[in-house]
Design a binder for this molecule. Structure first.
Ligand SMILES: Nc1ncnc2c1ncn2[C@@H]1O[C@H](COP(=O)(O)OP(=O)(O)OP(=O)(O)O)[C@@H](O)[C@H]1O
Ligand SMILES: [Mg+2]
Length: 289
């Protein structure tokens, strides 16, 4: 299921679970990243998609790129100004410089949750970083931690790794730069979110090197609800701490209605609508639009 037919002149390079990447001979050195409405959970793409999701998440990514004063991969010409990309596609697309991507998923956690919480229960550490005893699921960490993952080739599962392993993968200088940039961006983004009553619990960044200048450049999607856990600060302080602005509604429904064997069942309309509403609420709260 791709949008290839809707994009004459563009060649589908790669179709991820959620996004489709295109290239064009008219745009050498650039890649068109189109976010679909597909939603994935437990490594399955679900049916149906969430109407408007691709556009909402693209809007959020663009907004964050504007807020964050760091070199990013957006091409000089915004995709919305390209005559050959239909407006409906442009609304959920970014034209990006093709970078030499580092094979490291730069995860930063300000709170203990998800795979971090699972690992902590076994080892009292996350990705080799020792943590205080007695933490619970959803607790705030004493300070944000950098817990990288190795970006596995297509189809394989990403794997949590230590900082030392990232040094082996990309060299000491780049490994440190990735860590420092990730922690710095996370801290700034958390403050912005917090001022809007939103907790940024954790997120994943991807960086690449600009092929011309070599500059470390923020890539991919950034601080969306597909790459991050956002929580409502008001709800957090009153109890249901894991009520996040992401696919939690979908995950909870699947857990209750599927044994995780074979093809997942189709999502009921009500779950689709609740999820879409949650994405819209996050954007409104963060961007004020
Ligand atoms: N500026 C860029 N230049 C080159 N590649 C990029 C750039 N920004 C992001 N990418 C890569 O584009 C791909 C985006 O695809 P997408 O996130 O949809 O799928 P994926 O992460 O490979 O797999 P999954 O289906 O598990 O999400 C990623 O491999 C990402 O590393
Ligand atoms: Mg991805």
């Amino acid at each position: 299921m791709t949008d290839a037919a809707a994009l004459p002149g563009w060649t589908l390079l790669y179709s991820g679970k959620v996004r489709d990447l295109y290239t064009s001979p008219e745009h050498t050195g650039e890649v068109l990243m189109v976010a679909s409405d597909r939603v994935s959970a437990f490594d399955h793409v679900l049916e149906p998609g969430i109407p408007g999701k691709g556009e909402l998440l693209t809007t959020l990514s663009r907004w964050w790129f504007e807020q964050l004063d760091v070199p990013n991969h957006l091409a000089a010409t915004p995709v919305t100004e390209l005559a050959e990309v239909p407006a409906a596609v442009a609304a959920r697309a970014m034209l990006a410089k093709t970078l030499d991507m580092y094979p490291v998923e730069c995860v930063v956690r300000g709170y203990l949750s998800g795979s971090g919480w699972l690992e902590y229960q076994q080892t009292q550490s996350v990705c080799g970083i020792a943590l205080p005893a007695g933490l619970s699921d959803g607790d705030r960490l004493p300070e944000p931690i950098y817990t990288p993952a190795w970006k596995a080739p297509m189809g394989e599962h990403d794997e949590n790794i230590t900082f030392e392993r990232t040094v082996e993968l990309v060299g000491a200088e780049v490994a440190s730069a990735l860590r420092d940039a990730s922690l710095d961006i996370f801290t700034r983004a958390s403050a912005i979110a917090e001022s809007r009553g939103i907790i940024l619990a954790d997120t994943k960044f991807e960086f690449g090197a600009d092929p011309v200048t070599g500059e470390l450049t923020l890539a991919d999607e950034v601080l969306t609800s597909d790459s991050s856990r956002f929580w409502d600060a008001a709800v957090y302080s009153t109890g249901d701490r894991t009520a996040s602005f992401d696919k939690q509604i979908v995950r909870n429904w699947l857990k209750a209605n599927w044994d995780q064997v074979g093809t997942p069942p189709a999502l009921p309309q009500e779950i689709v609508e609740q999820t879409a509403a949650r994405y819209r609420e996050l954007i409104e709260r963060l961007t004020g639009k």
